[in-house]
Design a protein around this ligand. Structure first.
Ligand code: HEC
Length: 167
C-alpha cells in the first residue's frame, strides 16, 4: 500500500514538473511566440525591410501599413501566401515577374490567359487603376483602386507579401 502511494506521488510530481517546465531545457528558438499556421510563409522583419529598401521610388517610400489596409478590397478573391488556394481570383504568390495568366490550375478568361506580358509594378498599377480598360474581356469584377497613393502603397505591400526577391 505504502509503495503504491509513493509511486503515485512520484508520478504526479513528474507530470507536474514536465507540464510547467521548459525554461531550462527549451532552447531559445523554441521559446518564441506561438507558431504561425503551417501553410503561411512568414517573412522576418529584416526580409521585409530589405525588400522594401530595394524597391525603386516611389515604392520605397510607400506606407505598407496603408497597403495592407487597401488589400482588404482584394482579400475576398485572392490569397497571397506560397501555396495558398485559388479563390474567385488566382493565388498571387510570386506575381511580380510572372507571366500574366499563368497560375497552374486556375481557370483564367481567354483575355488574361492569352495576354502576353509579365507582371511588373507598372503593369499592376495600370491594371489596378482600371482593370477593364487595361485588359478588355478579363473577368475580374473589380472597379479598381483609383487613388494613386493607395495603389503605390498596395503594390509595395504586395511585393513584400508575395515573396518578390530583390535582384
Ligand atoms: C471580385 C473578386 C476580385 C477582387 C475583389 C479582386 N480580384 Fe483580382 N482577379 C479576380 C479574377 C476573377 C481574376 C482573373 C481574371 C481573368 O481571368 O480574366 C483576377 C486576376 C488578378 C490578377 C492577375 C493574376 C495573374 O495571374 O495574371 C492580379 C494581379 C489581381 N487580380 C490583383 C488584384 C488586386 C491587387 C486586387 C485588390 C485591389 C484584386 N485583384 C481584387 C478577382 C478579383
Amino acid at each position: 500500500m505504502r509503495t503504491i502511494r509513493t509511486i503515485a506521488l512520484v508520478g504526479a510530481v513528474t507530470a507536474l514538473a514536465s507540464c510547467g517546465s521548459g525554461d531550462e531545457q527549451t532552447p531559445d528558438e523554441t521559446a518564441a511566440p506561438p507558431a504561425p499556421a503551417p501553410e503561411a510563409r512568414v517573412l522576418t522583419d529584416e526580409e521585409r525591410a530589405a525588400i522594401l529598401a530595394s524597391l525603386p521610388a516611389p515604392y520605397s517610400e510607400a506606407d505598407t501599413e496603408n497597403g495592407r489596409r487597401v488589400f482588404a478590397r482584394c482579400r475576398s478573391c485572392h490569397t497571397l501566401p506560397e501555396g495558398g488556394p485559388n479563390m474567385t481570383g488566382p493565388n498571387l504568390w510570386g506575381v511580380f515577374g510572372r507571366q500574366a495568366g499563368s497560375v497552374e490550375g486556375y481557370n483564367y478568361s481567354p483575355a488574361l490567359r492569352e495576354a502576353n506580358f509579365t507582371w511588373t509594378a507598372e503593369q499592376l498599377d495600370q491594371w489596378l487603376n482600371d482593370p477593364r480598360g487595361f485588359l478588355p474581356g478579363n473577368k475580374m469584377s473589380f472597379a479598381g483602386v483609383r487613388d494613386e497613393t493607395d495603389r503605390r502603397d498596395l503594390i509595395a505591400w504586395l511585393k513584400v507579401e508575395t515573396g518578390y526577391t530583390p535582384e
